[in-house]
Design a protein around this ligand. Structure first.
Ligand code: NAD
Length: 501
């Protein structure tokens, strides 16, 4: 039996329960079927996976009320106990890592070679924030001449977490683990295109001993369940990962209830390669950062900026490598690029092939669908692009790279900063002072020099401009999920102004 056949057989076993009962909401620790449902299909072969409860404003209201009722007890649960529960969640994720990875592949089209790691990264997210739970409320002592000023942090209350369909499992853990560690309760609305692993994760949390109501799951669409969550008065903050224009809608929807928002949004991230760089390593990194995870990653290096002197040679090698990328069934360990998430997204990505031609770019590799079953496209490389073309400005969110030439550092910087986005940037040079200068002026929340994106959990994650508001990671996550509180204690009998005396 091949690895693909073995994985397919295992997946069938894991999907059986979903096929039988569908995916229900989980509100206050109870399964709730939902009044209506929608169907989720696999991008691998367009087949039906199962039905999913389509959450309504009523479901969101029940979930928000459950989260509000559970909040005081969870907030007051000793931090060490919260830490232990979060570690148990991590243990159970590790135990079910294969199930999570295979279901994620089938639901999203992501290749197993990346998804097995994504499941384990989810466990690591829980462990990292579990260990930080005991110090989450720590504050400062800021003495003045008359007062001992003490600060502490308090969990903000029930929060809404709205996640997208790209690596949905990992991203859900990334948002929910710090919320729980801070002492918040959660209503999670996963993306409608990828509901499977959100359900597994929420079940795991309950199995690990999380009390009912602390973590509620409401499936459904953005315009109804998502919207209702952002408008609900009991929900104090919205942690959102998704498109920039959805972030803008959420900000409007949350205005009446003065929602605190944390946005991780889109990107059109530049990788800038100078002539003096280690070009072999730069080539590997450029390929990895746009073609891994099907290019459906916010931090993908979707714009390749090449200095004139090395551009031709670099593009030649790049084209050969892109043409050799293995496209196939995501359950096959040999597969490097699987199908895109959904026919709608496939249409969006494919539409850019015509846009590129109309705008006068050259398609060096790909630029076409693969087969007519499933959502496959060939890894694509556009060259001879100018910085203002749509393929150089808009987030395509697929295995599609746009190469642009530059003559010198000043031009590279202008091109790199010349989009609405500012999530990540990648600089390749062996000139230290140039790396310092360029990274200082590049408009991005995260920059790697002579490296691909290597996530380190204590560092801040987030974007500038249209790429987001706020930071995750380290202590920054707690800044969002918690309120600062200041208490001043008089240390003597200082003079109090006397009015009307
Ligand atoms: P999306 O914005 O379409 O949807 C994300 C989530 O928002 C879904 O759960 C959806 O149902 C919900 N939603 C949609 N409309 C809503 C509304 N009016 N009110 C409330 N919720 C609503 O994004 P997507 O297509 O699922 O994901 C891809 C996008 O996510 C890309 O732009 C990508 O760059 C971005 N992303 C960013 C990061 C980051 O860290 N910056 C990480 C991953 C993905």
């Amino acid at each position: 039996m091949s690895d693909l056949e073995a994985n397919t057989a295992k997946l069938d076993g894991y999907l059986d329960r979903f096929t039988k009962v569908g995916i229900r909401n989980l509100i206050d620790g109870q399964d709730v079927a939902g009044t209506t449902s929608f169907e989720t299909t696999s991008p691998v072969d367009d087949s039906l996976i199962c039905s999913v409860a389509r959450g309504t404003a009523g479901d969101v209201d029940a979930a928000a009320k459950a989260a509000a009722a559970a909040f005081p007890a969870w907030r007051d649960t000793p931090a060490l106990e919260r830490r232990n529960i979060l570690h148990r969640i991590a243990d159970l994720i590790v135990e079910r890592a294969e199930e999570i990875a295979l279901c994620e592949c089938w639901d999203t089209g992501q290749a197993i070679r990346f998804m097995s790691k994504a499941a384990l990264r989810g466990a690591e997210n829980f462990r990292f924030f579990a260990d930080k739970a005991p110090s989450a409320r720590d504050g400062q002592n800021l003495q003045s001449t008359t007062l001992m000023n003490v600060t502490t942090r308090k969990p903000i209350g029930p929060v809404g977490v709205i996640t997208p369909w790209n690596t949905p499992f990992m991203l859900s853990t990334w948002k929910i683990a710090p919320a729980l560690a801070a002492g918040c309760t959660v209503v999670h609305k996963p993306a409608e295109f990828s509901p499977l692993t959100a359900r597994i994760l929420c079940e795991i949390a309950h199995e690990a001993g999380l009390p009912p109501g602390v973590w509620n799951l409401v499936n459904g669409f953005g315009e109804d369940a998502g919207r209702a969550l952002t408008e609900h008065p009991a929900i104090k903050a919205i942690a959102f990962v998704g498109e920039s224009r959805t972030g803008s809608m959420i900000m409007k929807q949350g205005a009446d209830t003065l929602k605190r928002v944390h946005f991780e949004l889109g990107g059109k991230n530049p990788i800038v390669v100078f002539e003096d760089a280690d070009l072999e390593r730069a080539l590997d990194a450029a390929i990895f950062m746009i073609y891994s995870l099907n290019g459906e990653r916010c931090t993908s290096s979707s714009r390749l900026l090449l200095q004139d002197g090395m551009a031709d040679g670099f593009l030649k090698k790049l084209t050969a490598r892109v043409n050799s990328i293995q496209v196939g069934n995501p359950l096959d360990p040999e597969t490097e690029v699987g199908p895109l998430i959904h026919p709608e997204h496939l249409q969006k990505v494919v539409s850019y092939f015509d846009v590129a031609k109309q705008d006068g770019a050259t398609i060096m590799a790909g630029g076409e669908r693969v087969g007519d079953v499933g959502c496959y496209v060939r890894p694509t490389l556009f060259a001879d692009a100018s910085p203002n073309m749509r393929i150089a400005q808009e987030e395509i969110f697929g295995p599609v790279l746009t190469a642009i030439r530059f003559k010198d550092e000043a031009e590279a910087l202008e091109i790199a900063n010349g989009t609405q986005y500012g999530l990540t940037g990648y600089i390749w040079t062996n000139d230290l002072t140039r790396a310092l200068r360029f990274s200082d002026q590049l408009e991005a929340g995260m920059i790697w020099v002579n490296s691909e994106n290597v996530r380190h959990l204590p560092t801040p994650f987030g974007g500038v401009k249209a790429s987001g508001i706020g930071r995750d990671g380290g202590d920054w996550s707690f800044e969002f999920y918690m309120e600062q509180k200041h208490v001043g204690f008089a240390t003597g009998l200082h003079k109090i102004p006397r009015l009307g005396a």
